[in-house]
Design a protein around this ligand. Structure first.
Ligand SMILES: *[C@@H]1O[C@H](CO)[C@@H](O)[C@H](O)[C@H]1NC(C)=O
Ligand SMILES: *[C@@H]1O[C@H](CO)[C@@H](O)[C@H](O)[C@H]1NC(C)=O
Length: 316
């Protein structure tokens, strides 16, 4: 114990990075609570009530790995988000289909992203996870512009082309060897996106290049795009694919995959992010405040096995 603490301290003194804050040597928080950001309802959603939703698969994904979830609802004041930020141990930005620059989803992400930059700089650990649209939103925030390009990746399962950096990355280094092998050999990452961050645009943008380390790429046959990345100096992670779909969504269409290795990938991915949230010391001001905020206060709506999201939570 003492020796490992000394090692971490020594490593931290050399690197001087926010990731090496004192938070890392404090005991872990084994009751992490992660915010999942809601977004504007899709215009053609006949099940919709209220103005925003969260696909339940993102909630189950985090719960499967030992976290509790609080919905982060759109259309609240900046003060309310700031208070929530200091109550939560991490934030997950789901996939979806909103305008990254003009939506409430974009607005709330920007508020949390800026709070997280400042907190992590000050040694206050706060991880952010972006899936699909969440990935894209993070790239827009970091680059301060939209560098995305259209790709032919609407419904396809792909193997990851892992970069040399993947092996030693925070995200992948705890994955079992055989699972990393499956990830590179088997078509097990579900892709459901029209927009991607190409390697070309990433490489030409100094802000992105300095901020994110590329862990995997993919191609639609013409354009090589980033499928997994993590920030160098912040606990920020982004996947263009959907780890939450394999165990929890059942629409029968190309790109959906439910093999054992796909399900294991989902679990190890969730478990990684939850272990990051365990390093955060944030907490609600009282048990009553915590209980009021948790997702258990809401019930998901069943939308049919063949809906793109089998269950959604809806919010005013
Ligand atoms: C909430 O939504 C309403 C209606 O779209 C808008 O006028 C208002 O500015 C929003 N409030 C916040 C805090 O974003
Ligand atoms: C690069 O970004 C621009 C937007 O600034 C976009 O129009 C273009 O398609 C992108 N090119 C590639 C190859 O990603």
């Amino acid at each position: 114990m003492a020796a490992s603490v000394l090692l971490v301290l020594a490593a931290c003194m050399w690197s001087g990075a926010p990731l090496c804050s004192a938070a890392r040597i404090l005991p872990l928080n084994h009751r992490p609570i992660i915010g999942v950001l809601a977004q504007e309802n899709l215009p053609d959603d006949s099940f919709a009530r209220g103005s925003s939703y969260i696909a339940a698969s993102y909630v189950k994904f985090l719960e499967s790995a030992g976290a509790r979830v609080v919905p982060v609802r759109i259309n609240r004041t900046e003060d309310e988000y700031t208070k929530l930020f200091y109550s939560l141990n991490g934030l997950l930005l789901p996939g979806g289909d909103v305008d990254l620059q003009t939506s409430q989803f974009g607005r709330v992400t920007r508020i949390f992203y800026n709070l997280a930059l400042r907190a992590n700089d000050a040694g206050d650990y706060f991880p952010i996870w972006g899936t699909c649209q969440g990935f894209q939103q993070l790239s827009v925030l970091t680059a301060k512009k939209n560098l995305l390009t259209l790709t032919n990746t609407k419904a396809v399962a792909l193997p990851l082309t892992l970069t040399p950096a993947a092996q030693s990355s925070r995200l992948f280094r705890g994955f079992p060897r055989d699972l990393l092998q499956s990830l590179s050999d088997e078509n097990i990452t579900p892709n459901f996106h029209s927009w991607s961050l190409s390697m070309q645009n990433y490489s030409r943008n100094a802000k992105l290049k300095r901020f994110y380390k590329v862990l995997s790429t993919n191609s639609d046959g013409e354009k090589e795009f980033i499928s997994t990345m993590e920030a160098y100096r912040y606990p920020f992670y982004a996947v263009q694919w959907h780890p939450e779909k394999s165990p929890f969504e059942w629409i029968d269409k190309p790109g959906m995959v439910h093999t054992t290795s796909a399900i294991r990938t989902s679990f190890y991915t969730a478990s990684f992010f939850v272990s990051e949230a365990m390093k955060s010391r944030h907490h609600f001001s009282s048990p009553a405040e915590e209980q009021k905020a948790l997702i258990y206060n809401f019930s998901p709506i069943y939308r049919g096995v063949n809906a793109v999201f089998i269950q959604n939570y809806y919010f005013d």
